[in-house]
Design a protein around this ligand. Structure first.
Ligand SMILES: Nc1ncnc2c1ncn2[C@@H]1O[C@H](COP(=O)(O)OP(=O)(O)O)[C@@H](O)[C@H]1O
Ligand SMILES: [Mg+2]
Length: 249
């Protein structure tokens, strides 16, 4: 796959990414040469067995870890040219991350959880609350505003996590197995939200998933095996899910 890292409208690019971890049993190759690029309006699914490198790839794209070889750009900026504080700043403005386990803060209400990224950017509480209220309304969960995470279903917690990921209005959304702990209805709802973010044209979404139904909603599906992209499937919109699942199987 060839990727032009200078294409300005790419939200994130990866070129030749390699990553090894040290384990007690010796070095483990997590990524063995990954190239990808995504622009706003697209949803890309990463699928592959446990250990194939999905989480590692998302961590490198977010600048949470550094590659041993290769380059990541976020909105055209090479991450290797920035120190860790500037990478953190760039990430907070450009990337929203959603995790399998929601990762909400138990001592904060839903509204406070959603406003947290803005508070961490030192925005005044008034702004953070106003943004949280706006997102609660958009996601149709305003009635949950004053609850604590342990008073919510898994699907509700994940909607709150989606709202929190959107608080700073980042163009890139990275979701690591966002539906893995959800029943099929809640999973459908979350995927529909992520799909709508891409369809708005304002966001690009990369999601790692085991679930082919989730992957079937993407524009492109990348199959990872042993740290490599072994297959890329471009999905035409409007096809029957059944046919897409047959193609991905
Ligand atoms: N912190 C770590 N230390 C050692 N090995 C790791 C670490 N993180 C991931 N790995 C290894 O890297 C490979 C890719 O893992 P990961 O990216 O978590 O895959 P996936 O998300 O697809 O399950 C696996 O072999 C895993 O054991
Ligand atoms: Mg993983």
């Amino acid at each position: 796959m060839t990727t032009n890292i200078l294409t300005a409208d790419n939200l994130v690019t990866a070129n030749g990414l390699q990553k090894r971890y040290q384990s007690s049993a010796g070095p483990v190759a997590a990524l063995e040469g990954i190239d990808l690029a995504i622009h706003a309006g697209e949803m890309v699914a990463l699928v592959g067995p446990t250990g194939s490198g999905k989480t590692t790839l998302l961590a490198l794209l977010a600048g949470l870890e550094q590659p041993d070889q290769g380059l990541v750009t976020l909105l055209g900026q090479r991450l290797d040219e920035l120190n860790s504080d500037r990478v953190a700043d760039l990430r907070s403005q450009t990337v929203g991350v959603i995790y399998q386990n929601y990762n909400l803060f138990p001592g904060f209400t839903v509204r406070e959880n959603i406003g947290l990224p803005l508070r961490l950017m030192l925005r005044p509480p008034f702004d953070a609350n106003a943004r949280a209220d706006q997102l609660l309304k958009e996601l149709e969960i305003s009635d949950l505003s004053s609850r604590y995470p342990n008073e919510l279903s898994g699907g509700q917690q994940q909607l709150v996590a989606v709202a929190r990921a959107l608080a700073a209005n980042p163009p890139l959304i990275l979701a690591d197995e966002p539906t893995a702990n959800l029943d099929s209805n809640a999973a459908r709802q979350i995927v529909a939200r992520l799909r709508a973010l891409a369809d708005s044209g304002k966001h690009g979404v990369i999601l790692a998933t085991h679930d082919l139904r989730t992957a079937s909603q993407a524009d492109r599906v990348l199959n990872l095996r042993d740290g490599r992209i072994v297959k890329e499937t471009v999905l035409q919109p409007g096809r029957a899910t059944r046919d897409v699942l047959a193609e991905l199987a």
